[in-house]
Design a protein around this ligand. Structure first.
Ligand code: HEC
Length: 100
């Protein structure tokens, strides 16, 4: 039963998830981030875990994706990603928060 639910979720979730991964690759996010391990920036699944109880987190993450920032995960800053539109940043932030 559990695996059936997981499989169904995977089937429902994957087209959007692939589209977002594609966007993250196009916007160069994956040069510094991976889903499951720390590179220059934190693993996306660690970001999702940190904000799991914060329903508004996508808003501040979307803003930070565009403007950059530091001191949340360590001294290394994320530079501004000015090639990302606000709508794209929101899509990316929401996607990151779904990664577990
Ligand atoms: C040059 C490397 C680099 C690039 C490119 C980059 N990041 Fe980051 N990212 C970082 C670093 C370093 C941090 C940790 C910043 C901190 O500690 O506050 C971070 C943090 C984050 C966080 C967590 C922010 C928080 O406050 O918890 C998210 C979400 C994120 N990045 C998404 C993205 C997305 C989406 C893109 C592509 C548009 C991207 N990053 C591109 C290096 C990068």
């Amino acid at each position: 039963m559990k695996s059936f639910v997981m499989l169904s979720l995977a089937l429902v979730a994957s087209p959007a998830a692939f589209a977002s991964l594609d966007l993250a690759q196009k916007k160069n996010c994956m040069a510094c981030h991976a889903v499951d391990r720390k590179l220059v920036g934190p693993a996306y699944k660690d970001v999702a875990a940190k904000y799991a109880n914060d329903k508004e987190a996508y808003k501040k993450l979307a803003e930070k994706i565009i403007k950059g920032g530091k001191d949340v995960w360590g001294p290394v800053p994320m530079p501004a990603n000015s090639q990302v539109t606000p709508a794209e940043a929101e899509t990316l932030a929401k996607w990151v928060l779904t990664l577990k």
